[in-house]
Design a binder for this molecule. Structure first.
Ligand code: DON
Length: 329
């Protein structure tokens, strides 16, 4: 069937209006949800305003939708694990990374003190053990200033020098003894090197970077776009690495909710205890939600509901046989 270019443009505009309207409606609807609790195990995170709420999308052509507290910054937390994993794959290559960190989802909590029985590896790069092993790789021999390399990575994604929240960074350092336990277990099994405190310092710093919801949607769009920034055209992360990032996000990004998420939402995604969730939809763009009240697994309650409903209404599940591939938010 031949479709005139003007018809395509009209249809695209109609879809964009529909999507923006959906985001508005979902924001209004879920503003009243007060289920869940802000994270308190990192004391500084307990000081955030629990009612903040924002939704954003960035398409592959750079079109942007943003609703709610779009300028509110929050710490990126575990969403950083995806970016750090990408950097480790770029710098060290798959084989070296796979020697220390596997790719299997776990049914355990994100901060479980558990390694693979047979190989001693951390289960996957999205749980704390895996992310700390990745931080160790990124601060290994030959790296003068690991925090600076991490900042440079963020600068490529965000288009500005990242700000690290000094209070959250300090709070994680002071209270992160569970992460210390994980790190020392990995040291005892030869998965990481002996400089545990500087490895943890890098990990805590990467988690404490401040972002807003549009930053998250932009990060999602970059990864969904084979590593190319949809606005600047810059290659932010290597094309071949994005396949691994999307796979890991789909299988492990939402922790022990990953199976349910893949089934009901079907969008590769990553969450953080700061309340952010980023979704990456190949061929379409990046989606993000921010709301600090979390469920017991550590995922944003309103964020989950927004993604579930957006995916269903806009038919975004990756494996939906009727998914309209031409459709972009
Ligand atoms: O190490 C921690 O526990 C935090 N810095 C990050 C955990 C996190 O975001 C888990 N996410 N849902």
């Amino acid at each position: 069937m031949n479709v005139a270019p003007q018809d395509h443009a009209d249809e695209r505009e109609r879809q964009q209006r529909w999507f923006a309207q959906l985001c508005d409606d979902l924001h209004r609807k879920h503003s009243a949800d007060t289920d869940g609790h802000v994270a308190t195990y990192i004391p500084e995170l307990a000081t955030v305003d629990p009612d903040r709420f924002a939704i954003a999308a960035v398409t592959l052509d750079g079109t942007r939708v943003a609703v709610g507290d779009v300028e509110q910054t929050f710490t990126i937390q575990s969403i950083s694990k995806l970016l750090a994993y990408g950097l480790a794959l770029e710098v060290h290559g798959r084989d070296r990374v796979l020697e220390r960190v596997g790719v299997a989802p776990t049914g355990d909590r994100f901060n479980a003190i558990v390694l693979d029985d047979a190989t001693n590896r951390a289960p996957n790069p999205m749980v704390n053990a895996g992310a700390i092993a990745i931080a160790d790789l990124l601060s290994g021999p030959g790296v003068d200033d690991p925090v600076e390399s991490m900042r440079a990575m963020y600068e490529r994604y965000l288009g500005r020098r990242p700000e690290i929240d000094p209070d959250v960074w300090a709070s994680e350092r002071e209270t992160g003894n569970r992460n210390r336990a994980i790190a020392y277990l990995m040291l005892s099994r030869g998965i990481i090197g002996p400089d545990v405190e500087s490895t943890l310092d890098l990990y805590f710093a990467q988690c404490s970077v401040l972002v807003d919801v549009v930053d998250l949607a932009t990060i999602g769009a970059i990864i969904a776009n084979h590593g190319v920034h949809p606005v600047t055209g810059a290659q932010v992360v290597a094309r071949e690495v994005t396949r691994d990032l999307l796979t890991i996000a789909l299988t492990c990004g939402m922790y022990n909710y990953a199976g349910e998420w893949a089934y009901s939402v079907g969008i590769p995604a990553k969450s953080g205890v700061g309340g952010g969730i980023v979704g990456m939809l190949p061929g379409a763009g990046g989606l993000a939600a921010f709301s600090p009240r979390l469920d017991p697994i550590g995922n944003s309650v309103r964020g989950l509901r927004v993604f579930e409903e957006l995916s269903a209404e806009f038919e975004m599940h990756l494996f939906d046989p009727d998914r309209p591939w031409h459709r972009t938010p």
